[in-house]
Ligand binder design. Structure first.
Ligand code: ADP
Length: 253
């Protein structure tokens, strides 16, 4: 994948200063923290987390329920704002972005895949996958060809005119992956992508993610609580507990 073709204008005000020459990482977190205020108490959902993920890596984010994995993923996706620290994705500092630049970040720099697929049930797969291209104002003439290419790359060319409820969970998740990749994001963020699938469909989805990572060079960060899945498919695992990233020496085998 040609990351340089990502049609973002770098460096202007509110855009998040592009720092890829300085930081070659796809994702970099420096003291990233997110606190929620609940009445009198402050919940430290993510606390002083620092790590770096190189371009082209396939990394898993592991940890028990409530350890802060989804909060961290949402921060990287630009769906939530940091309380302290900074995160850079594709060389751009999200904490420096205004809401317009953050929306552009969500549209173009990251693709997201969720446990529950989040496809629009009344639209065909082709129309679902075309949506992000429309939001990115891709000219109509190029959209259908790109949709066909995406459907083929996830093995669903023959299902283009089907609606999500007519398909298996595995097929729906593959369509959601195609949609997430529509605008050629630098980073794919997946939150428990196999959580709603049986083991056969789950393995198919994981094989697809790892093939796309290898062939398209898209960096993948996947949240899972399944250590076996992470060990089989991810080349690296990060472990969270109580909002913090565990040093690798403290990770239980
Ligand atoms: P995980 O994805 O590892 O299950 P989460 O990131 O969902 O963990 O949650 C981490 C902690 O932050 C939990 O204690 C959760 O209750 C809390 N939390 C998450 N989102 C909110 C919120 N919007 N308001 C208050 N607390 C939250």
């Amino acid at each position: 994948m040609n990351v340089a073709s990502n049609p973002l204008d770098a460096g202007s005000n509110g855009n998040g200063e592009r720092m890829s020459q300085e930081s070659g990482a796809a994702i970099e977190a420096q003291g990233a923290s997110r606190y929620y205020t609940m009445g009198e108490t402050s919940v430290h959902a993510v606390e002083d987390v620092s790590f770096s993920i190189a371009r082209g890596e396939f990394a898993a984010l592991l940890g028990p329920s409530g350890s802060g994995k989804s909060t961290l993923l949402n921060l990287l996706a630009g769906l939530d704002r940091l309380s302290a620290g900074r995160v850079l994705v594709d060389g751009r500092d999200l904490s420096q972005m205004d809401s317009e630049a953050l929306a552009r970040h969500r549209r173009l720099t990251v693709g997201m895949v969720f446990q529950s697929f989040n496809l629009v049930p009344t639209m065909t797969l082709a129309d679902n996958i075309e949506l992000p291209l429309r939001f990115a104002e891709t000219p109509r003439s190029g959209r259908r060809a790109r949709v066909q290419e995406l459907l083929s790359s996830v093995g669903l060319a023959h299902r283009a005119e089907h609606k999500p409820p007519e398909l298996s969970g595995g097929e729906q998740q593959r369509a959601a992956i195609a949609r997430a990749l529509a605008n050629r994001p630098a980073v794919l963020l997946a939150d428990e992508p196999t959580g709603n699938l049986d083991s056969r469909n789950g393995q198919e989805v994981m094989s697809l993610l790892s093939e796309l990572n290898r062939n398209m060079g898209v960096t993948v960060l996947m949240v899972t609580h399944d250590a076996a899945l992470a060990a089989r498919y991810a080349r690296r695992s990060l472990h969270m507990a109580d909002g913090r990233l565990l040093p690798s020496a403290e990770v239980q085998p």
